[in-house]
Design a protein around this ligand. Sequence first.
Ligand code: DP6
Length: 331
Amino acid sequence: MSADELRATARACANIALIKYWGARDHDRNLPLNDSISLTLAGAETVTTVAYDPDLAVDEIYLDGERLLDHRAARVVRHLDRIRAAYYPWRARVASVNGFPASTGLASSASGFAALTAAAIAAFGEGLPPRGELAAWARLGSGSAARSVPGGFVLLRAAEDHDASTAASLFPETHWDLRDLCVIVSTEAKEIPSERGHRLAAAHPFMRARQRLLPGRLAAVQAAVAARDMDALGPLVEQEAMEVQALMLSSTPSCLYMTPGTVAFLRAVPRWRAEGLPVYLTLDAGPNPHLLCEAGVEADVLERIRELAPQTKVLRCRPGPGVTLVREHLL
Ligand code: DP6
């Protein structure tokens, strides 16, 4: 096989969790404690090329044009090692570009590890495994990355074994024209990695109560998405986000991801709703609020954001597809 054939490039979208994965039952394999549901985000993509070179002594990882030599590179290498253990032992050059600021709570690791997994497997030239299997592979790199594999509205199952803890589309991206406006109130890298948060959450005394109420909320979110019912979905998503933030805040040590910019939106969104604008908010392990609304009111929501935070960049996303292989390589 020529070196040129040992190369593949994949594009994956980030996703925003409507029901969060926060707390793992197995930290080495990223097996979540509970099912989660997300919306795949077109408008926030990562493109990654993996090129194996049997003569290379170490992996070379490039992000947005710069060689990574820190813990982020080590995390990529660990993931490649897992994949190589099932295929071939070759080292690789990996180049990745993000269409959005990394490590800001917009889960760049989700799109990143979904694209990395697909490209790393495809580059062996033996085709991709079925989507469910690919999603489980991606989960090993980053739990939420499993949800960036299938596309549309996605369910990641919590299960005790690797194969069953995988993601599948509940509805395709064409099902409902929702909009996610991610307000970049901060581009600082997050101080507390999610992995640490998952450990703290699993040991949190409120976790049991959360596990008891989640099946009902998961079913209600699925039903609201099925019915394209924003009045039903919005409050569930907001409640879920606040509950997870409360869990984060009350962990020992506390995980505080919000900044004053985040809080300004927490206060404003209910006010805008009271004034008749159907918009809801969610947060991940980061400071940037995601404002969810239907396409018809997106322009009004954008106007409100601009009034509140005139200088702030807003990433406008819509339901997106699953991971795809592309022909334009970065290497
Ligand atoms: C709060 O373990 O997927 O976004 O790989 O570190 O990005 P990283 O995080 P991951 O945890 C995701 C946590 C969350 C909720 C979610 O996306 O479900």
